[in-house]
Design a protein around this ligand. Structure first.
Ligand code: MLT
Length: 261
């Protein structure tokens, strides 16, 4: 793992089990602030800034999801953690799936939060490659500015404090980080098959009003795979941990308490 980068991270809580909380694109670990505080009584929580985001390094080039996963595993190695439950928000879920594919022995459970296992259709992959070029040529704002209102449930006050915080976090993401993960997301494979095995335990937490991920697709997965539990958070879009922090924490607490018993 010589090409991994050292990740900035926040850690809270103690306990025999470790949970890693992975943010989505183009955000950082502060996305999980409420859950870090609220779940630290039941486990050790580690929330990194993924490569290219927050305070972590942003090298040049494409960031494959397996590379982001390798960075997280290198961090777990440094912290002496052999196995963890991987909770991934959106792109963080793609990273957790990449970890499950490449290093299943490091994954004791998987939660996709406002995330899914499908590859990009060709038009979406092409749009990401175009946006990667734009980010490098014109800067982060040229690509991320239009995303903000799609992250929240329809009708959310665009001037709320939470919105301002998310906007600032997004704009703080280096253009190289934006481009790196856009190229990596475009290249990721379909991972539906990884969910078919009941072990390690797996779950999905979804915002009922997510404008980016179709709830019906997640419901179809959960119907096909009865071991895959689906928790739907009402009054939430693509950021349930911010829009409904208590309900999201409660869903995570219920899963973790059951899995770590
Ligand atoms: C995210 O929130 O991480 C992104 O919406 C993921 C994606 O673009 O597929």
């Amino acid at each position: 793992m010589s090409d991994t980068v050292p990740l900035h991270y926040e850690e809270l809580g103690t306990g025999p089990a470790t949970v890693v909380l992975l943010h989505g694109y183009p955000l950082d670990h502060t996305l999980w602030q409420a859950q870090l505080a609220a779940l630290s009584d039941i486990c050790r929580l580690i929330a990194p800034d993924l490569r290219g985001h927050g305070q972590s390094p942003a090298p040049t080039g494409e960031y494959r999801m397996e590379t982001l996963a390798a960075d997280v595993v290198a961090l777990l190695d440094r912290l002496d953690v052999a196995q963890a439950v991987w909770v991934g928000h959106s792109m963080g879920g793609y990273v957790a799936l990449a970890a499950l594919r490449a290093m299943p022995e490091r994954v004791s459970g998987l939660v996709l939060c406002a995330s899914h296992p499908f590859a990009d259709p060709p038009d979406k992959a092409q749009a990401r490659r175009d946006n990667a070029r734009r980010a490098l040529a014109e800067g982060t704002a040229s690509v991320v500015s239009g995303m903000l209102d799609t992250l929240f449930k329809p009708g959310t006050n665009l001037e709320s404090i939470v919105m301002h915080r998310v906007r600032a976090t997004m704009l703080n993401t280096p253009a190289q980080g934006v481009a790196g993960v856009l190229l990596g997301m475009a290249a990721r494979p379909d991972s539906v098959d990884l969910l078919r095995n009941p072990a390690p335990p797996k779950a999905i937490i979804a915002g009922r009003e997510d404008q980016i991920i179709r709830l019906a697709d997640l419901q179809a997965l959960a119907t096909q795979m009865p071991h895959l539990s689906l928790h739907v958070i009402d009054e939430a879009g693509h950021l349930p941990m911010l829009e409904q922090p208590d309900a999201t924490t409660a869903a995570l607490r219920a899963l973790l308490t059951y899995w770590l018993r």
